[in-house]
Write a protein that binds this ligand. Structure first.
Ligand code: PLP
Length: 367
């Protein structure tokens, strides 16, 4: 049975009429960048982020860059971030002119190891970026304690975690900034590029709002150097149609995760751990395949038309562009990169498809 990693058609086509109506509304409005559609979406999504401010931006990557710029992080500064994450987290630190300092990860929940972050502090450390990887928040009590002790800014990279929670607190609402992505594969997936920057700090929100639009206030007067990080009105209007369904999309992913975890317990793969105080939204369901057999399992599944993906095959400290920094080994990240594989988990996955994945993994174990 064919099992794609992601199938966006059922989710989007179920809302076809509303999406077309939103498109027509924007078409007739003649306003295509920022404006009332973006403001309305920002107000609704701020209820999910649990923050006083939510700014629609051009991508999850730009949200991180904008946060760093608003916090004044640049040359000479060091920023702690995980190595086992998507490139954008550290790429933005380097683009801001600062130095990413890579931190090892937790082997069972895949998030930043805060004890390791503590060991890597220097007098130049200015910020920490916990990434809420695969839809589960990092250990934010420990992150916030470290930040308080050493006066660090905290940017939560919640690109994969809109709607997740930590001790009941929304992912992205606990640090100075939370950043989110609407890349189509995310739990709230858009129709192109889009992202969000959230904060509870009025002054930071004001600064980020200006930086989003070339540091311009009023028109054609530039008090600071910003960029074009604006969200399109069309993107906001379409995302606003999907936003009321986000809880249901994540609930379906949670059901699928529970089904996998129940049936893969004896399948010879290490299952993802969920910390009890975390509300996981399962942007990915990622297992570890020990004994150097991960790639063989992927091939076995691919031969049965089951798609999987490796998030992420090369930890960032070993990426070519960061190698000049003579990386220290990060043993957990390196192991995760060689053992992890993500299985289909999207909300429209059929039970028969999940059974096919589970049976194929069992078949691989017997092979
Ligand atoms: C952890 C993480 N951070 C940042 C990003 C960047 O988001 P975008 O693709 O919207 O720029 C992503 C997207 O995949 C991500 O997964």
């Amino acid at each position: 049975m064919k099992v794609p990693l992601l199938d966006l058609k059922p989710q989007n086509l179920a809302l076809e009429h509303e999406l077309k109506a939103a498109f027509e509304r924007v078409l007739h409005s003649g306003q295509f960048i920022l404006g009332p559609e973006v403001e309305t979406f920002e107000q609704s999504v701020a209820e999910v982020t649990g923050t006083r401010h939510a700014l629609g931006v051009s991508s999850g990557t730009d949200a991180i860059l904008l946060a760093l710029m608003a916090l004044g992080i640049g040359p000479g500064d060091e920023v702690l971030c995980p190595s086992f994450t998507f490139f954008a987290t550290a790429g933005c630190v380097a683009r801001a002119g600062a130095t990413p300092v890579f931190v090892d990860s937790c082997p069972s929940c895949f998030n930043l190891d805060v004890a390791d972050a503590r060991r890597r502090l220097t007098a130049r450390t200015k910020a920490i970026i916990p990434v809420h990887l695969f839809g589960q928040t990092a250990d934010m009590d420990a992150v916030l304690e470290l930040a308080r002790e050493h006066n660090l800014c905290v940017i939560e990279d919640a690109a994969q975690a809109l709607g997740a929670a930590y001790h009941g607190r929304p992912a992205g609402s606990m640090g100075d900034f939370g950043t989110y992505s609407f890349f189509p594969s995310k739990n709230l997936g858009g129709f192109g590029e889009g992202g969000l920057l959230a904060t509870n700090d009025d002054a930071l929100a004001e600064k980020a709002r200006m930086l989003r639009n070339h540091g311009m206030q009023p028109k054609y007067f530039h008090g600071m150097v910003g960029g074009n990080f604006r969200l399109d009105a069309l993107q906001a209007a379409l995302l606003a149609v999907k936003l009321p369904h986000l809880k249901q999309y994540s609930a379906r992913r949670r059901e699928n995760a529970a089904y996998y975890s129940g049936r893969l317990a004896e399948a010879g793969v290490a299952l993802p751990a969920v910390h009890p105080h975390n509300e996981h939204i399962w942007n990915q369901y990622t297992v570890r395949v020990p004994g150097g057999r991960r790639d063989a399992l992927r091939e076995y599944l691919a031969a049965r038309q089951i798609s999987t993906e490796i998030y992420y095959p090369v930890p960032l400290h070993l990426q070519e562009c960061f190698r000049s920094r003579a990386p220290e080994p990060l043993p957990v990240c390196e192991k995760l990169a060689s053992e992890c594989v993500s299985l289909p988990i999207h909300p429209d996955l059929l039970r028969e498809q999940q059974d096919a994945v589970i049976e194929a993994i069992a078949g691989f174990r017997r092979s």
